[in-house]
Structure formats: structure tokens, C-alpha cells
Design a protein around this ligand. Structure first.
Ligand code: M6R
Length: 606
């Protein structure tokens, strides 16, 4: 939550070839807006004062030409998802020291800020904001009285902070950019024109494709001549590996589409193709960890948890392996049952989700191994895990997770086939699923979904039901609908309906019914399919409008969306209909599907 960006040019802004830091930072903030969009701000250290520009709301529409004073070789910026202090210009970052010589942007939560603030106030420091962040520049200013070496003073203050932070710091008249992290992500980019800081790689991908993923308690200091990384606790120099970023800037741009959400949904066939091409070596290593484990836990949040739940059905049905999915936030209650021979599979798009990171720590404390299915290379999760497979979604910018979900479920599918030594069959099946996904994403099909979405946009409640693999499909479908359209939506297991939820069905209530053929091959509506169709009849008898997403049509469906019969993997295709439905419902309601209210893409605080 919150995105930070920093830049220091290799040439002064005034020299020929020098780059305007404000331009780099504003561009970076626009690309990081998915991390928070309550307010934003930029700071540029000048010779005599720090230039500050802040605003409430999204940075999206801001043009640098409207603030021509924003120029400089060094700049830092922030896009905020408020935690401490309301959404106001004063609370937006960058925050300055009382003497306005030090500017700081911060992502994370300083847990001991109240104690620090009280201590500083006793020394006469006047605070301007209600944020936890402001203690950082204020404390640095006071520390500089004792420790005139700026870098040392910053380090001393960072060592005092409890909680989590990724910070970028500049000082008036200074030529250096400082970045540091503990518990929140920070990547240091190396480009031909300068050095960059970003909460995520897309912040600077346009300018640099080499990066250093800072680890906790590391601090980088960069100027036009070079950079140095030190350990914050010891002050000692650290040698770090430079990573070449595999993503291209086009992957992180809208590319002519009106929203990232539609672009990313349309990329899903390609994502399935890339997943089918996952290296056998990776799959074998992960499969070996799975085979060795006594108990296997799957820990994730939100959409990634739904993917993990789907994975648990795949493993149960295809491999007779029991995975125990647990929401990362609830994992602490079960952590005492994790043993040293267990495996914890963590699933995450960002690889930065705070609850997931805590689960990794707790798994390691129990001696268990951690396998990550993670989309962001170099993320905290990837680095903290014993082994990780990078899922093949590419950069996902829309706050709603769509293609990452598909890539995660498809990766569970590949692992399942690998465990059965049938990887060639798995690849073939995934190709067939991809071909089917493509059919949903063509013009005519999209138009049909849009028409149904128009009607759904008027609903107060939307429900979805499924059984087996399609129970998580139902949960995920409704998460998408509620996140993007603010319509109340709930997914249920078909079997649970009569235990309460059926009371919610009133005449006209839309119910999505997901049907997968998980019964004997070739049998019409075999296995759970028969039962979910019966559930559809039950809701229809109470007046529901039944929207079937199924491999076979049935008279119970008022509307029908067709998917191919991929057995227990049918949900991989079926979910696409509900993603697209959600998108068009949001458009119908004139909402921004890329940035739903109150949400941020990476939930880096608990
Ligand atoms: O980055 P992660 O996959 O760990 O994020 C987990 C959830 O925060 C995320 O899936 C969230 O539920 C999305 N808003 C879903 O669209």
C-alpha cells in the first residue's frame, strides 16, 4: 500500500542530456497508482529550499506542464493509501522536517511513532500532520545536531524505527538520494540516465531494466557518480546482485486499451500458453517438495487464496494429496500445528502481502519449508521462500487480480500433472483450455457478456454457486463483482444453500451457476454437476434469474454462457465470464475498474 518513487540523474538537470527528475517521478507515480490513490506528492531538493507539490486524489490526470516549477536532478514522490491520518493534503507525502530541509516519502507503518513523536515534541518539535511518517524527517533533523554526517544520522533514526518502512529521503541542497527498507518493498533501478527507487519495478521500467532488490535493513545512497548499499544495523557495505528485468514496458502499459483490467483479461490466453511452457526443472523441484511433505498448507489472501483453494481441489481429485488452504490472516491460529516436515505453499501476485510474509516467517520458525507461487520476481516472498516458481502473468497493474488468478490455478494444474508424471498431457490440456479462453474473449462474445452485465448492474445482490472446484470459482467470481462494482455479491458452495443462504433468494435475484463435469467421463452432468444443476433448480423455484456457466446447456438456465468440457479444470475458463461481467458492470455504473474505492493492489500492512 502506497507507492514510492525516487530518482537521481547522472547529469545535472541543467546540463545537456540531463533528465528532469520530476518527470521521472510523476511518470513512476502514475504507474504505481495501483498501490494507493488517495493523494500524492513530489519533492525536489533545490539549493535553497525543497520544492514541494502535493494534491488530494489520483495523480492520473496531472500534467507536469501545469507545474513548470517542478524541475531538478533529484526527486522523490509518493502515491498514498491512507493508514494514519485522514486523506488531506497535509497528511499526504512527502513530509518535511520542521526546518523544511529534509523530505521523506514512506510506505509502511511506524509502530512506535507515538512514542517518537512525544519525545520529539518534548524537544519543542512542532508536527504538521497526523501521520506516522512525519517522525522520520523530524527525528533526522534533531539527530543531525548530534551527528552531522547525514548518512549516519539517517541510519541512527532508521535504527530507532519499529514496524515497517520503505523510504526515499532527500535533503535541501543535497546531491544524494537515499532509500532504505524494512518489511516494505523497495527496488533500486540502474539506468543509463540515473538511478531509481520504486516500490515496484513498473515505477522505472520505462527508463531502466536492471535492478537491485533491496533486502530488509538495507540502505542505498546514490548520486550522479554511483551508489553504495549498506546494512542499516551495522553500517557495513553490502554487495548485491544486479538482476535483469524480464518484463518490458509494454507489458506494464495500457497499450491502447481503455483500462488495464480489460487488457489484462485479454492477455489470459497468452498467460496460459506461458504457463504451459514452465520449465520441467522448476516443476520437478516443486513436486519433489510436495512429495516429501507430511502436511501441506496453502496460505494466501483474497484472489490468491481462491486460487489456492482451487489448487486444493485439483490435488484432492487428481493426486489424492491433501492441501490445507488457510487465509494468511488466519494462519497464526493454526501455526502451532505446522511441523518441521511440513510444506507451506504461499500464493501471491505481489509477493509483498504482509499476512503472507508473516506466515512465511512462522512456517520457517516451525522448521517447515516454504514453496512460493509468486508473480513478482525479486519480491519479498520470492526471496524469503525455500523455492519459488514465478507465475507467468507478467505485470498486473489493475487493482483487481484477473490474469494472475488464472496463472496461479494453471500452475497448480501443471504441478498436479507433474506429480502424476504426465506433464506432456498437462501441457496439451492447458493448450485446449487456452483455445477455449480465446473464444470467450472475442468481440461477439464480449458483446454478449456486456449485454448481460447491463442488466446485472441494476441488481442489489448477486450470488454465485458451485461445487468442488467451482466452489472457489464462485467465491472468486463474487469477489470480482463486489470489488469493482460495489454490488453485494456472495459465492456459496451449492451444498450450503439450503443451510441458510437460500433465504436470500428473492424474485429476480441473479445467481451465477458454475457447472464443471467432474463426474465420469462422457456422462451428461455427472458427479457434482448433477447436484449443482439441482441447486440451480432450487433457486429458480424461488424466483432467481439463473445464469449458467457450464459445459452443457440446461433448461434451468435463463441465460447460458458456454465453456468447453475440461473436467475439473473447467473453472479456469469459466471464471473469465465473471471477470468480464464484473468489468462491464463497473463500466455500466460509470466506475473506474482499475482503481476501485478503498483498495490498493499490494496489502503490505496487516
Ligand atoms: O498480491 P497478492 O496476490 O498477495 O494479493 C492478495 C490479495 O490482496 C488480492 O488478491 C486482492 O484480493 C485483489 N484485490 C483481488 O482482486
Amino acid at each position: 500500500m502506497c507507492g514510492i518513487v525516487g530518482f537521481v540523474g547522472k547529469k545535472s538537470f541543467d546540463e545537456k542530456g540531463g533528465v528532469n527528475g520530476a518527470e521521472v517521478v510523476v511518470d513512476g507515480l502514475k504507474r504505481l497508482e495501483y498501490r494507493g490513490y488517495d493523494s500524492w506528492g513530489v519533492a525536489i531538493p533545490g539549493e535553497k529550499k525543497i520544492l514541494l507539490h502535493k494534491a488530494v486524489g489520483k495523480i492520473g490526470g496531472f500534467e507536469l506542464s501545469s507545474a513548470p516549477e517542478l524541475k531538478g536532478t533529484i526527486a522523490i514522490g509518493h502515491t498514498r493509501w491512507a493508514t494514519h491520518g485522514g486523506v488531506t493534503e497535509i497528511n499526504s507525502h512527502p513530509h518535511l522536517s520542521a526546518d523544511k530541509t529534509i523530505a521523506v516519502v514512506h510506505n509502511g507503518i511506524i509502530e512506535n511513532y507515538q512514542e517518537m513523536r512525544a519525545k520529539l515534541e518534548k524537544k519543542g518539535v512542532k508536527f504538521r500532520s497526523q501521520t506516522d511518517t512525519e517522525v522520520i524527517p523530524q527525528a533526522i533533523q534533531i539527530e543531525l545536531k548530534k551527528t552531522p554526517d547525514f548518512k549516519k544520522a539517517v541510519r541512527n533514526v532508521l535504527n530507532e524505527l519499529e514496524g515497517s518502512y520503505a523510504v526515499a529521503i532527500v535533503v535541501e541542497g543535497g546531491k544524494k538520494l537515499i532509500g532504505a527498507r524494512k518489511g516494505s518493498p523497495l527496488v533500486f533501478g540502474i539506468g543509463k540516465d540515473g538511478y531509481y527507487l520504486g516500490s515496484d519495478v513498473p515505477a522505472f521500467l520505462k527508463y531502466a531494466n536492471k535492478a537491485i532488490f533491496l533486502d530488509d535493513l538495507e540502505m542505498v545512497e546514490a548520486d550522479e557518480k554511483g551508489y553504495e548499499i549498506i546494512n542499516i544495523t551495522t553500517g557495513k557495505k553490502v554487495e548485491k546482485k544486479i538482476t535483469k528485468i524480464a518484463w518490458s514496458i509494454e507489458d506494464a502499459e495500457k497499450g491502447g486499451y481503455p483500462h488495464f483490467m480489460i487488457k489484462e483479461m485479454l492477455e489470459q490466453p497468452m498467460v496460459l500458453d506461458k504457463t504451459a511452457a514452465t520449465s520441467n526443472v522448476e516443476l520437478k523441484k516443486a513436486a519433489a517438495m510436495i512429495k516429501r511433505a507430511k502436511q501441506i498448507w496453502v496460505v494466501a489472501c483474497g484472489t490468491a487464496l481462491h486460487a489456492g483453494m482451487y489448487g486444493s481441489y485439483i490435488f484432492a481429485l487428481n493426486n489424492d494429496i491433501n492441501l490445507r488452504p488457510v487465509s494468511a490472516g488466519e494462519f497464526p491460529y493454526f501455526a502451532k500445528f505446522v511441523g518441521k516436515n511440513d510444506l507451506v505453499i504461499c500464493v501471491s501476485q505481489s509477493g509483498e502481502t504482509a499476512d503472507v510474509m508473516e506466515a512465511v516467517k512462522s512456517a520457517h520458525d516451525s522448521g517447515a519449508k516454504v514453496l512460493a507461487l509468486v508473480n513478482v520476481m525479486g519480491s519479498s516472498l520470492m526471496r524469503a521462500s525455500d523455492y519459488s516458481i514465478v507465475t507467468k502473468a507478467g505485470p498486473e497493474i489493475c487493482v483487481l487480480s484477473t490474469k494472475a488468478y488464472l496463472s496461479q490455478v494453471a500452475m497448480f494444474m501443471m504441478l498436479s500433472y507433474e506429480l502424476n508424471n504426465k506433464i506432456a498431457a498437462g501441457k496439451k490440456q492447458l493448450k485446449a483450455i487456452k483455445a477455449d479462453a480465446e473464444k470467450i474473449l472475442v468481440k461477439d462474445s464480449l458483446a454478449k457478456i456486456k449485454k448481460v452485465a447491463k442488466g446485472l448492474a441494476r441488481a442489489d445482490n448477486i450470488y454465485a454457486i458451485g461445487r468442488g472446484v467451482n466452489y472457489p470459482t464462485s467465491l472468486e467470481a463474487c469477489l470480482k463483482i463486489k470489488e469493482v462494482s460495489y454490488i453485494h455479491a456472495e459465492g456459496f458452495a451449492g451444498g450450503d444453500l439450503k443451510h441458510g443462504p437460500i433465504a436470500l433468494i428473492a424474485p429476480g435475484t441473479p445467481v451465477l451457476v458454475f457447472v464443471a463435469n467432474d463426474g465420469p467421463k462422457g456422462a451428461p452432468f455427472g458427479g457434482a454437476a448433477k447436484e449443482i444443476v439441482s441447486n440451480a433448480m432450487e433457486v429458480k423455484a424461488r424466483g432467481a434469474e439463473v445464469i449458467g456457466i457450464s459445459y452443457e446447456n440446461n433448461q434451468v438456465f435463463d441465460r447460458y454462457f458456454a465453456v468447453g468440457d475440461h473436467g475439473i479444470f473447467t473453472g479456469i475458463v469459466a471464471i473469465i465470464y465473471s471477470q468480464v461481467l464484473s468489468y462491464y458492470i463497473a463500466l455500466e455504473k460509470k466506475l473506474d475498474p482499475d482503481k476501485p474505492r478503498n483498495l490498493a493492489k499490494s496489502v503490505t500492512v496487516k
